[in-house]
Design a protein around this ligand. Structure first.
Ligand code: NAD
Length: 359
C-alpha cells in the first residue's frame, strides 16, 4: 500500500429516482427561505417545476446559464441574486448551470444546491471557471462546492442519447485520469473504477432505451463517483488538451472529451500500467484505450476532431498551447514531447484507432 493523503469534502447527497420530491426539505435544512433557481434557456420548464415545488421559498428564476460562464453572465446573475435578496441558489441542469451557481457563490458565499441533469460532475468539485475576453480562468475555492446535491435520474430521461453518451464519456475521463493522478489515493481509485464500470455498462442500455430508469440511475451514480474523483485529485494531459481545444477553438465540451480520451489514455498507457489494468477491468476486459474508443464508437458518439469541425490547420496551434505551462503527467511532458503530442492530435483529428498513437 502506498502512502497517501485523503481530505474528505463535505456535501450532502440525496440519490434516487423521484428524490426531487425532497427538495423543500433540503432547502429548509440549508436554512434558506429565498432560493434563486438557475437554468439554461432550454431547461426553463424544469426550473419552473422546481420553483413551483418551493412555493414561497422560491425568490425567482434566472434562466440564462450558458457554456463556460461568461463573466458578464456571472455578474448579471449575482446582481439578480442580490436584488431578490436570495439566500441560496439552486442550479438545475448540467455543468454550465452548476458553473453559474459557483460563480455566484464565489462572490457572495451563497450556498448552492445542485440538481444535476447531465453526467459532467461539476456538482462534486470545488473547481470554478469564468470566461473573460475569450479566456477561461479556473480556480479552486471551497465556497463553490455545492452544499447539497440532489441526484434524481428522472431528470436525466430527457437528455438526448447523443449527449448522454458523450457526457458519460466526459465523466469516465475524470475517473480514468484520476486513476493515474500524482496525488491519487486508494479511496478515489475505488470510486474511479466503480464509476467507469457503472457508466460503461449503462451507456449501451441508454442508447437502446433512453428512458430506462435503471440504466439512467446507474449512469448518474457513476457520474457522482467520477465527479468526486475530479474534485479530489489532479488531472493531467487529457484534461489539459480538452481545456485547450474547448477554450481556444470553442469545441463542445463533452464531445471533445469523448474524442480525446482514448488517445490520451494510449499516450499514457506505458507509464501507468496499474491504472490501465483498472480501466480495462471496469470496461469488462478490453485494453483501456481501445475499449474506450470502441465504447464511444459503438454507441454512435463522435470519434474524430474533424467531425467536431476543427480544421487540420489548427492542430499545430493546439499542440503548441497544450505544451505551455508545465503540468504533471504520468508520461512526462517536456519540449521533446511536441512531436508525440502533435501525433496524438493528428490521430484524434482523423479518428483512427488509439493503438496507432503508440506507434
Ligand atoms: P451543459 O450544462 O452546457 O448542457 C448542455 C446542454 O444540454 C444545455 O443546452 C442544457 O440545457 C442541456 N441539458 C442538460 N441536461 C439536460 C436534460 N436532462 N435534458 C435535456 N437537455 C439537457 O453541458 P455539460 O456537459 O453538463 O457541462 C459543460 C460545462 O461544465 C463546461 O463549461 C465545463 O467546463 C463545465 N464543467 C465544469 C466542471 C467543474 O468541476 N468545474 C466539471 C465538469 C464540467
Amino acid at each position: 500500500m502506498r502512502d497517501f493523503v485523503f481530505q474528505a469534502q463535505t456535501s450532502r447527497v440525496i440519490f434516487g429516482a423521484g428524490c426531487l420530491q425532497h427538495l423543500e426539505r433540503e432547502v429548509q435544512l440549508l436554512g434558506a427561505e429565498r432560493a434563486l433557481v438557475l437554468c439554461t434557456p432550454e431547461q426553463l420548464a424544469i426550473a419552473e417545476q422546481v420553483a413551483l415545488m418551493l412555493g414561497s421559498r422560491a425568490a425567482g428564476i434566472y434562466p440564462k446559464a450558458v457554456m463556460h460562464v461568461p463573466a458578464e453572465t456571472a455578474a448579471a446573475a449575482l446582481q439578480e441574486a442580490t436584488r431578490l435578496r436570495a439566500d441560496c441558489a439552486i442550479a438545475v441542469g448540467g455543468g454550465s448551470t452548476t458553473g453559474l451557481g459557483k460563480a455566484i457563490a464565489l462572490q457572495s458565499g451563497l450556498p448552492i444546491l445542485a440538481i444535476p441533469t447531465t453526467y459532467a460532475g461539476s456538482e462534486m468539485t470545488p473547481i470554478y471557471g469564468i470566461t473573460e475576453n475569450g479566456i477561461k480562468k479556473t480556480g479552486r475555492d471551497a465556497r463553490v462546492l455545492p452544499r447539497t446535491v440532489i441526484y434524481d435520474p428522472h431528470l436525466t430521461l430527457s437528455l438526448p442519447v447523443g449527449l448522454s453518451v458523450t457526457s458519460a464519456m466526459n465523466a469516465i475521463a475524470h475517473a480514468a485520469e484520476g486513476l493515474y493522478a500524482q496525488d491519487g489515493n486508494p479511496i478515489m481509485d475505488l470510486m474511479a473504477e466503480e464509476g467507469i464500470r457503472a457508466l460503461a455498462s449503462a451507456i449501451p442500455l441508454i442508447k437502446a432505451n433512453s428512458t430506462d430508469v435503471e440504466a439512467r440511475s446507474d449512469a448518474l451514480f457513476g457520474a457522482w463517483l467520477c465527479g468526486t474523483v475530479l474534485g479530489n485529485v489532479g488531472m493531467a494531459l487529457h484534461h489539459k488538451l480538452c481545456h485547450t481545444l474547448g477554450g481556444t477553438f470553442n469545441l463542445p465540451h463533452a464531445e471533445v472529451h469523448t474524442v480525446i480520451l482514448p488517445h490520451a489514455i494510449a499516450f499514457n498507457a506505458a507509464a501507468s500500467p496499474v491504472a490501465m489494468k483498472k480501466i480495462s477491468r471496469a470496461l469488462g476486459g478490453a485494453p483501456a484505450a481501445q475499449g474506450l474508443y470502441e465504447l464511444a464508437k459503438k454507441n454512435g458518439a463522435p470519434v474524430s476532431l474533424k467531425e467536431l469541425g476543427l480544421a487540420v490547420s489548427d492542430l499545430d496551434k493546439a499542440s503548441h498551447i497544450a505544451m505551455q505551462n508545465p503540468y504533471w503527467n504520468p508520461r512526462p511532458i517536456g519540449m521533446d514531447s511536441v512531436t508525440a503530442i502533435r501525433r496524438l492530435l493528428q490521430n484524434a483529428w482523423e479518428g483512427v484507432s488509439p493503438v496507432d498513437s503508440l506507434s
